[in-house]
Design a binder for this molecule. Structure first.
Ligand SMILES: Cc1cc2nc3c(=O)[nH]c(=O)nc-3n(C[C@H](O)[C@H](O)[C@H](O)COP(=O)(O)O)c2cc1C
Length: 322
């Protein structure tokens, strides 16, 4: 069994520098434990969980595996404070925070011995996270599924830019679903990768099977960034996203967008499987995803592709003359 060693595998005590993004409505205990058992770092996505539900998922993950796993907490979420209390009480070793101010909770979690990682889409936010004392950063590019940066900076530009300015362990996210793109991310200066869309479309993800099938059928350009002025999010195009786009093109303000969004759209789309009226969060890489396999199969494929690509690139040395 192979192992790929980087600062990220050392930090989390895992075999491969592959993190599974903590995703609302997709990443419960089944997905997190499967990724951790396959040698990556599984994250429970607490952004769609109350504290009681999160506690349940943590305990189920612990029953399923002894491997390290973590929890993702979007900081602007209404249950963020309650969920942070749960991770402290349950002595969770790793927390990935996102969508909010890292200065608010990082110190308290670090004092409790938790390794804290924050997700950013710009260097400015990366520097804020570094000042707050995080152990590592996720640099998430514009290709990514889910919530996204307003600046629209792609992974290819963001990762080397942050690498140039910060020495912290760095995890690249956005558009990565294969061993080749994983190798490319490491070449750009990342120490690991975070995959969302690829793991959302796996056997163990808790999202609705119809959502998974819709992603498999998605072609080029099937996703778009919506609600840029409210809270930018990359969605698979459907009736709901088209209505939002029409409103935006007509110059609608944030109130009109909020009214159109309403409540519970993400659950409606990804968990209940309403493919027309729900919010379907997925990345540009949807076009490359064409099967729903168990995590163990996906992870083996990615690590095999990584090694093949690494060998191919290493062979270039033979043709390189100074
Ligand atoms: C369905 C879905 C839900 C997501 N939910 C969250 C979330 O709750 N918290 C978070 O930090 N990131 C969330 N993300 C972003 C992922 O964690 C990850 O950073 C991103 O998907 C990486 O880009 P990729 O989709 O191209 O792999 C979500 C992504 C998807 C596809």
């Amino acid at each position: 069994m192979h192992k790929i060693r980087t600062r990220i595998t050392e930090l989390f005590d895992i075999r491969y520098p592959v993190i599974q993004g903590g995703m609302i409505w997709c990443a419960g205990w089944e997905l997190a434990s499967a990724v951790s058992m396959a040698g990556g770092l599984g994250l429970i996505g607490s952004g769609s969980m109350t504290p009681d539900i999160l506690r349940h998922h943590i305990r189920k993950t612990r029953k399923a595996t002894n491997a390290p796993f973590g929890v993702n907490i979007p900081l602007i979420y209404q249950h963020a404070a309650g969920n942070i209390e749960v991770v402290l009480k349950e002595k969770i070793p790793v927390v990935f925070t996102s969508a909010g101010n890292p200065a608010q909770w990082t110190r308290q979690m670090k004092d409790a011995g938790i390794r804290v990682v924050h997700v950013v889409s710009t260097l400015r936010f990366a520097e804020k996270a570094a000042t707050a004392g995080v152990d590592a950063i996720v640099a998430e590019g514009f290709e990514a599924g889910g919530h996204n940066g307003r600046e629209e900076t792609t992974t290819m530009v963001l990762v080397p830019w942050i690498r140039k300015h910060l020495s912290l362990p760095l995890i690249a996210a956005g558009g990565i679903a294969s061993g080749e793109t994983m190798l490319a991310a490491l070449a750009l200066g990342a120490d690991g990768v975070q995959l969302g869309s690829r793991f959302a479309i796996s056997a163990e993800a808790s999202c609705h099977p119809d959502f998974k099938k819709a992603v498999i059928l998605a072609g080029e350009g099937a996703t778009r960034l919506a609600m840029k002025q409210l809270m930018p999010v990359r969605l698979l195009e459907n009736s709901f996203s088209q209505r939002i786009a029409s409103l935006e093109e007509a110059g609608a303000g944030t109130e009109a967008l909020k009214n159109m969004l309403g409540k519970g759209r993400a659950k409606k789309g990804m968990f209940d499987g309403d493919l027309e009226e729900g919010e379907l969060e997925i990345g540009q890489v949807a076009v490359q995803i064409d099967d729903i396999k168990p995590v163990a199969v996906i992870m083996k494929r990615i690590t095999d592709e990584f090694l093949t690509a690494l060998n191919r690139i290493s062979n270039l040395k033979d043709h390189f003359q100074i």
